[in-house]
Structure formats: C-alpha cells, structure tokens
Design a protein around this ligand. Structure first.
Ligand code: FAD
Ligand code: NAD
Length: 517
C-alpha cells in the first residue's frame, strides 16, 4: 500500500472504534481462527480469503496495532524525525523507504477489516481482535480460550481450522535485569518498543547509547542509530560476544567488512565482550560490566540479544516442541494436529529439500503463512513446503544483502567477488573462499584447497568487498546462497540451490553477472 503525506493527514482524522472488541462482540464460532496478528497470520488470512471468498476468518493479536511489517523497525523508520510522535496514531504509521517513497507500515488500513460483531452475526470477512490473546487450545474439541490483555475478560470460541503464528519474543539477558527494571534497557520487537526506544534515545539528556548484540537486529539498529544520533554528537556503541558483527551468518572476511562499514557509519564497536552484569546510578546512567572486567557506561541500552519462540500457547495446548531448534513441530504441510497448523517464526517445519528447520525471517513468514492458509482452505490438494524463502538485511542504504537456503557461518563457504572490489586482481572475478569453522577446515577437494590459499592471501591485506556471491556448502552440495550488495539475482540463486552440486563454483558465480550493475 503506497500512500502520500496528504492521505496520512486525512487518515489521522478517521477515528478507530474497533480496539479492543468486547467479549460480547466476539463470535462464538469461526471457520478459520488465526492466532497472532503478525505477518504469517496475515499471509494465511489472505490465502484463505482468496481460495474461499465466503470464508469467515478471525485473527487474534495481543498487540494494539493492526498487522504490520517489522523490518523497517530497525532500519528506515529511524530516519523519521518525529518518530515517537508518529506512534500516537498506531493505525497510521508510515515511513520513507530507501528509494524515497512513503509507504504505510501496516499491511491494510482499519477499513479493510470486518468488525468482530459482523463476524458474530455470521457475515463473511476477515476480522482482527487486537488486545486479545489466546491462552489455550483444545485440538480435539476445536476450542480456544481467549483473554483480554487489559481487562483479563475471557471468551471461549470454537473453530473449524486453526493456525498458530505466535512468532518469537525478545530474549532477555539476566545480566541486564537491573537496567531493564529501571527502564534503561529496552528491547526492539514491536511498534510499541520502537516508540519507547525512540523516545529514550531522542531525549536531549542522552549522550551515549549501548546496543548489546552482534546479530541482525543489533547491527541494523546500530547503523540506523548512528545515522540518527551522530549529527547531534551522541555516541552509539555496539557490544557483542563475537569477534565481528554478524559472525554467526557471514564468513569471517565479510563479518570484518560489516565491522568496517559500521565503524565508518560512526558506530563504536566493542567486540569479544559479553555483558555480565549491570547497575544503574541515581542519575539513571547504566554501567555495563563486561567479561574482560571493563565497564561501559551509557544512558540507554538497546537489548538485541536474540529471540525465543513464543510457545507458551503451544505448550499449554499439549503440542510438541522441537527439543533443539525450538518451535512447534509441524510436518511438511505445516500441520501440528488435525485442523491445527503452525507457520512463521514459531514453526519448526520439515523442508523437503533441506531437512527440518526453523526460520526467523519475513519472507518465510509470508511463504509459510500462505502455504498454511492454502492447506487450511483445502481447495487444492495439500501442498508441502518447497518454495525456498529468502531474507534480506542492510546496514543503511549503502550496504544490503539477500540470501536463500541455509546461511550459517559454521558451514564451509566459497565466495566470489566483483573485479572492482578487488582492484589488484586483473581477472574478472576472484574466489575468496573461507575455510571457516571446523566443518570448512575439514572439507576436502581442489576447490577447498584453492579457497584456502586465496583466503590466506586475503588475510595479509584487508580488502573491500563491494559486490559478490557466497555459496554455503554441506559437503559437495550448495545449501545456501548469499548475495552481497547484489540485487535481482535471487532467481539464479534459487536455481543453484535446486541443482545443488557443481564441479566449479567459479563458473557458477559467472551466472550472477557480478560486474553488471
Ligand atoms: P510475528 O511477526 O512476531 O507475529 C506474531 C504475533 O503474535 C505478535 O504480534 C505477537 O504479539 C502475537 N502473539 C504471540 N502470542 C500470542 C497469543 N498467545 N495470542 C495472540 N497473539 C499472540 N526479517 C527479514 O527477513 N528481513 C528483515 O530485514 C527483518 N527485519 C526485522 C526487524 C525487526 C526489528 C524485527 C523484530 C524482525 C525483523 N525480521 C526481518 C524478522 C521478521 O519480522 C519476522 O521473521 C516476522 O515478523 C515473523 O512473522 P510471524 O508472523 O511469524 O511472527
Ligand atoms: P541473534 O540471536 O542473531 O543475535 C543475538 C546476539 O546477542 C548475538 O550476537 C549474541 O552473541 C549477543 N549476545 C547475547 N547475550 C549477550 C551478552 N550478554 N553480551 C553481549 N552479547 C550478547 O538475534 P537478534 O539479532 O537479536 O535478532 C532477533 C530476532 O529478530 C531474530 O528472530 C532475527 O531473525 C530477527 N531479525 C531479523 C532481521 C533480518 O532478517 N534482517 C533483522 C532484525 C531482526
């Protein structure tokens, strides 16, 4: 939904009358019950309504906002001047994309949704009960127990088919408990969290902000905060356990490149440090005690220390949780039990090509939500998970990357980068393989040897990696492809992943036209 500034002004005047619906206005039975008001749920709703336009669908979401996309919360949104003020109208949040176009964060405006009482009267449509949470499901009886977040009023309804798409929650670190209790260590998962964090870091009294974590969230947020706060002289420090940010997903030389980019953006990196304790003084300043014994002082802490699947409902409902990967165990058709499905971040599914997985990315939420919705609607024969989802990330407008398949730096990787990035090379492109981690070091074959030699050369002089492709290997099979500052090539990556085995990855890399813009 693309909207302009004047539409926003007009929409601000529209009074929202639908949050939260009362228990009396909620239906006693729905055909399709979708638990969670996030991306996977929304995609399932769309698929069901498209397959069965006469269907009655009810989403239950504990957040106050209408369904929205989360990726801009750690990126473009931070370019909005009046960020915390923008959230005064939770039905009307918009942002400017990197390409300059303004866009709504919401998937659909309020008017799109059918009110709960219309559904109760038996009308078709898609409704959302926000501010409500599902506490328990009885998969045999097809009943769900709901509770209102504010009033704790409860409601029981029956369903024909149900989807659980409860996502993940921010993982809190015990070492930051004191800072969190004082309201100085904040997480970033929702629009509500974004508003709180924006109000905190924009406070003129704040001089130093510490972002704890070295994953996607911390790295994206650090870049965005440095861009926002740097001009006013505020300092953004990113502290993490790893040697370089994003080291869990990127081969070591690209993680080093990410570190360079973050430093250039103005972020102070505090690497190889774990936050082991925190305290808050009378003026509200937080002292973070680090594993080396050093202390880092900040006015505000952004706690970007991972996530955990939101499985309380699944556990209360007697569903099976995967012991290592976490999440609700579902088959390749995303079914946990008869008429009960799971999708998105919370689903631990069987990928027929790559094995059992759990994925915490936007596109997977869309793809799996849609698949679950189609299987729930039952118009076509049940489909299984074959479409490989992608993910993307960026560190500001100048550096972005996209990937599909299994992206894990513990795997052996082979990288090929464009000639202009590695200027001393006369060849068109060059393999900069990384025998990262034990699995990589153990891998055999001419390609690995070549890769090691190039990797050693690369270590002697730091290079800039502007544009390239990285193949993630399980033995001889490509199981993941990452495109570094290289866009509109995912269809090629998909084909490479489908074929899997190749004699010469350097030749395969040429398919990606690294030197074309
Ligand atoms: P969610 O979007 O988390 O939705 C689940 C919803 O269910 C939540 O609103 C939750 O409150 C609600 N809920 C939980 N339990 C209950 C219950 N019992 N009853 C009712 N409601 C409940 N991915 C990318 O690929 N690229 C990116 O650039 C990117 N950026 C991100 C930036 C941020 C700041 C964050 C937080 C995530 C980002 N992601 C990104 C990840 C992506 O947003 C998630 O993978 C996606 O939102 C998952 O969708 P979901 O529907 O499974 O879960
Ligand atoms: P993560 O698990 O990737 O990263 C957590 C980081 O915190 C790690 O670097 C870890 O070492 C560090 N850490 C934990 N405790 C620490 C401590 N005490 N001291 C120092 N460092 C500590 O998770 P994340 O980056 O927080 O992401 C959370 C969720 O958001 C995930 O679901 C993720 O997929 C999603 N997300 C995705 C994107 C994207 O796809 N582009 C962007 C943002 C968020």
């Amino acid at each position: 939904q693309i909207i302009n500034d004047s539409t926003i002004e007009k929409k601000k005047e529209v009074k929202n009358t639908s949050i939260p619906p009362t228990a009396e206005s909620l239906p006693n039975h729905v055909q399709y019950l979708l638990v969670g008001g996030g991306t996977a749920s929304f995609a399932a709703m769309r698929a069901i309504r498209s397959a069965r336009p006469e269907a009655q669908v009810l989403m239950i979401g504990e957040e106050a906002a209408l369904p929205y996309m989360r990726p801009p919360l750690s990126k473009e949104l931070w370019r909005e001047k009046d960020l915390s003020a923008r959230f005064e109208h939770p039905d009307d949040i918009s942002f400017r994309q990197w390409n300059g176009r303004r866009r709504s964060l919401l998937y659909e405006p309020n008017a799109f949704y059918t009110s709960a009482d219309k559904l109760r009267e038996g009308n078709a449509g898609a409704g959302i009960a926000r501010g409500w949470k599902v506490l328990n499901i009885d998969p045999s009886a097809h009943t769900a127990v709901l509770s209102n977040i504010d009033t704790e009023e409860s409601h029981v309804l029956t369903y024909d088919k149900c989807l659980i798409a409860t996502g993940v929650r921010a993982r809190r670190v015990p070492a930051l408990r004191t800072a969190a209790a004082a309201g100085r260590s904040l997480t970033l998962r929702s629009v509500h969290d974004t508003a709180r964090l924006a109000a905190a870091v924009d406070d003129p009294a704040v001089k130093d902000v510490a972002v704890v974590g070295g994953g996607f969230l911390a790295s994206e947020l650090s870049a965005a905060l440095a861009d926002r706060l740097g001009p006013s002289g505020k300092r953004v420090m990113q502290v993490f356990r790893e040697r370089a940010p994003l080291e869990g997903v990127l081969p070591h030389y690209l993680a080093d490149e990410a570190a360079r980019r973050l430093e250039e953006a103005g972020v102070t990196l505090v690497a190889s440090e774990e936050v082991v304790d925190s305290s808050v003084d009378e003026s509200g300043r937080v002292s973070l005690r680090l594993s080396s014994g050093a202390t880092l002082v900040a006015n505000v802490v952004a706690e970007c220390t991972g996530s955990e699947p939101a499985t309380e409902l699944a556990v209360a409902s007697g569903l099976e949780i995967h012991p290592e990967l976490g999440g609700i165990l579902v088959d390749a058709e995303l079914r946990a039990r008869s008429d009960l499905f799971a999708a998105g971040d919370v689903a631990c599914f069987y990928d027929v090509a790559l094995g059992r997985r759990r994925v915490e990315h936007h596109d997977h939420a869309v793809v799996s939500g849609r698949l679950a919705g189609e299987n729930m609607a039952g118009v076509k024969r049940p489909q299984h998970y074959t479409h490989q989802s992608m993910f993307w990330s960026d560190l500001g407008p100048q550096l972005g990357y996209e990937a599909i398949g299994i992206i894990d730096s513990k795997l052996h990787t082979v990288g090929v980068f464009s000639a202009d990035a590695v200027k001393e090379q006369s060849t068109e492109a060059r393999v900069l393989g990384a025998a990262d981690g034990e699995e990589g070091a153990k891998a055999e074959g001419a390609e690995t040897e070549g890769a090691k030699a190039e990797g050693a050369k690369a270590e002697s002089a730091p290079k800039r990696y502007e544009r390239g492709v990285v193949f993630y290997m399980r033995e001889k099979r490509v199981v993941g492809v990452l495109l570094w500052n290289l866009f509109n090539r995912l269809h090629v990556a998909r084909q490479v992943l489908a074929q899997g085995e190749f004699d010469d990855l350097f030749e395969v890399a040429k398919l990606f036209s690294l030197n074309d813009e």
